[in-house]
Design a binder for this molecule. Sequence first.
Ligand code: ISL
Ligand code: CA
Length: 602
Amino acid sequence: MNRESKIKEIYANPVGHDVISKLLLQTGKKKSLVTNPLVGNLKLKTVERFLKKKVGTDFFDAVLELLNSEKDVPVTEHGAISRAWWKEAVFYQIYPKSFADSNGDGIGDLRGIIGKLDYLKELGVDALWLSPIYESPMDDNGYDISNYEAINPDFGTMEDFDELLNEVHKRGMKLIMDLVINHTSDEHPWFKEALENPDSKYRNYYFFREGGENPPNNWLSFFGGSAWNHYENKNLWGLHLFSKKQMDLNWESSEMRDDIIAMINRWLDKGVDGFRMDVINYISKSEGLKDGNEFIGDLMGFPGVEKYFYGPHLHDYLKEIRARAFEPHGAFSVGETPGIGMEMAKLVTGEERKELDMIFSFDHLETPGHTKYEDYVYDLNFYRDYQIEWAQNYGTNHRSALFYNNHDNPRMLSKVNPVPEYNGAVAKLLCAMQMTLPGTPFVFQGDEMGLSNYDFKSIDDINDLEGKWMYRDLLKDHTEEEAFKIVVAGTRDHTRVLLPWNENAPFKQKENEQVREFYRKLIKFRKEEPEIIYGDFTVYRKDKDLFTYSRKLEGRECIVDCNLSTGKKKEYVPGDRYKKVFSSNSDNGYLGDYGVNIFVLK
Ligand code: ISL
Ligand code: CA
């Protein structure tokens, strides 16, 4: 790829496709802007002539460098889907701190989880993903690990963990752990030794740069300020893409890789079934740690991202971890990969490539032109189009992760419609799609209770470092009231408050019970209908606010008919050969607000 390449050729390149898609999403522009023949046939140098005043010519250099860094071409198959337990499973994410508290100290813990295993089994959950439970100073709630092989005492002991794993397996369920190997805590012995002792081998486990008044490059941290800590008395700078206490590991060090892989193997030897891998696409930084492009930085909010979100050795490192740890144990892997779009996702999850089994892509969490710290209404028509795009183009040799929530985002329910009287209907609609679209569902704790956003009253209620940092930053040009409003719209704390298990909790209300009952039935239904897990996907209706699709496999069919908004819509009538097996908010031939019907072939 070079300046003579046409826009359509760039869009056909996997990295080009995903970068352009991201730009469109970020700016709220339609795909047709680049797919129309007029623009598609323009050469990059022509576009550069139009845009260079605005974006600078180095923007085009940065994009070309990225495009040319990937030599491989994704393989997209449309055949039968191979079988695997993790395609059949319904996963459930537990954020330990706020799941269930067994000893009344206000902090969720491992014994609390053990106490809820029957509940989860009864719900139909097959596999648990535990957010980090390792020893940690808890600067970022456990995503800052100071000992990979010890349990945070707030959560319990290693004996509690062993019991948990055993109890999970006894119930025929699986357990995957969070693997945070892009960085460690600055309190990890490796980092402490690295900082203290210039001759230690651990110096090379991290990114240190010597001397200078200013940080070595313009990269910003995701949690505010420069991505470099200054250790003045040591005359050193240290790299951290996340908080000041989360120091990036240098994956170019083979000794570091050996240590990390040995640690992974010890957990696998214990019997854990796999891992969710934190920001795993960031582990390879581009050579020389050069400045990020300013235009890309402005657009994405974080200068430097293009230098590490799809780094030069990413595939090598993923292959190495798989070959040396996952493969021999038959372990499952799902990567958390912010910024990776569909085509690049194929290159890390293709079955033939032996890297990851699945990834979490995040492009569906906000509608085009919106960010998570915005109070806006999420239009489910976008979610429909996004799902159709992935279902039709991701290919049967890749598997989508179906999720709406995790511990880094406000609750989807509230984004779709913040009015409480709709919560139940929206929860059921989201559940119906999650359990029947192509892919593997990841339920986040509380989804099954129909939980909406938490009613935070003041900034003192905000605990997460991201929200706190944003608030301080916003005060530069906002009033306290405005700043709080913005933070509350997106704070990660909405999904980090203790689940309401107790007597007076909203969960005890009838509607929340009904949502849980709906989840239970839909999960059961999913397991009885192989066409949902391994079948084809066909769209029957995609008119405004409507989404009707079918899943088919060897003479079986299931049809899902959804009203994506409020107001009555004529329901889809599949004919006498079908019977209605589920119905939420539908009556007399009409789907009501967020109504959904599910039919199967008799
Ligand atoms: O939440 C985000 C921004 O608003 C994301 O950028 C998030 O930080 C990113 O998806 C990475 O998330 C993961 O790694 C972080 C940790 O804080 C998150 O909780 C974790 O899910 C650093 O370990
Ligand atoms: Ca506790």
